[in-house]
Design a protein around this ligand. Structure first.
Ligand code: NAP
Length: 281
């Protein structure tokens, strides 16, 4: 079987064309160049790279960016104050607080300080609740990107037996909700799941969101399944051992070049949507 490569890099590049046009239209009609505000707390080198990639994407499509960098010792109250100031800035049409923040900070409390209209990374409790109930809200960027990728390849989800491995609030849980909203039958697995291998053997679609390199073995995945790997471990290993799946899955995401570019594309899409809602009324 020749598997379909779910090429996130190429789909994201196509999305950038319409993102550029929309950003230009907003600027011409409102005179404002909308910005994504990014907040990086501490000295984690990977987080600094992820933030820079998002800033670069803003510049490629013609959005502004406001980069806030805070020291490792920042408190919850200090971070909340910064977020409140960004909420009040009319040129800011989205706020990205890079995860993870240092341990002394209550991350969810800070996420929840982001106003719903600025929650373009889908991290607030309010946004998650609304998205889960099918109400208008921005979804968490990584699962939203995965859904866009599946849609770009016209993969039908209705009735599929979907298994999501991981239940983090930014990835596994919203992923499960989004698949459920598309009428898949969803099983969410985590570190206390029993018989993981057996559950995965039954899956028509598997999402790896574990954070452990090659944790899900290719031998656990049946022929013809759809394989989505959200993991990334330098230099280019995912959470799913992919080798034999490259020619016996229905479709799979490469690592890198699958889910990663779609995460950024979704963040930018949602920032532009927020700007359109605010500046073009
Ligand atoms: P996380 O917060 O560490 O969550 C990992 C999840 O995996 C947890 O729910 C955990 O279960 C589960 N898990 C751990 N060990 C397990 C086991 N033995 N069996 C089954 N489940 C197990 O990670 P995350 O932030 O969701 O990220 C997951 C992966 O996605 C990472 O590789 C990360 O780098 C990647 N990621 C990629 C992007 C992108 O743009 N491509 C964005 C975000 C994240 P418990 O809840 O029981 O602890």
């Amino acid at each position: 079987m020749r598997s379909i490569v779910l090429d996130g890099k190429s789909v994201a590049q196509q999305l950038e064309v319409s993102q550029k046009a929309k950003a230009q239209q907003i600027f011409e009609q409102s005179g404002i160049r909308p910005s994504l505000a990014t907040i990086l707390v501490g000295n984690d080198p990977s987080s600094a790279i992820y933030v820079q990639m998002k800033v670069n994407a803003c510049h490629r499509v013609g959005l502004g960016s406001k980069k806030v960098v805070l020291p490792q010792s920042t408190t919850t109250d200090e971070l909340k104050k910064v977020i409140r100031a960004l909420n009040a800035d009319p040129s800011v049409c989205g706020i990205l607080l890079q995860h993870p923040v240092p341990d002394q900070i209550d991350e969810q409390a800070c996420f929840d300080e982001i106003s719903l209209e600025n929650d373009v990374d889908g991290v607030t409790c309010h946004g998650f609740g609304r998205m889960s109930l099918g109400r208008n809200a921005y979804g968490s960027a990584t699962p939203t990107g995965i859904m866009k990728l599946l849609k770009a390849y016209e993969i039908q989800l209705e009735g599929l037996n979907a298994v999501v491995v991981g239940r983090s609030s930014i990835l596994g849980k919203p992923m499960s909700q989004m698949l459920l909203s598309e009428n898949a039958t969803v099983t969410t697995c985590h570190s206390r799941t029993k018989n993981l291998e057996e559950i995965i053997r039954n899956a028509d679609l598997v999402v790896g969101a574990v954070g452990k390199p090659n944790f899900i073995k290719d031998s656990w995945i049946k022929d013809g399944a759809i394989v989505i790997d959200a993991g990334y471990h330098p230099p280019g290993i995912g959470d799913i051992q992919i080798e034999s799946l490259k020619n016996r899955s229905l479709a799979y995401t490469p690592v890198p070049g699958g889910v990663g570019p779609m995460t950024i594309a979704s963040l930018i899409d949602q920032t532009i949507d927020s700007a359109l809602n605010r500046l073009m009324k």
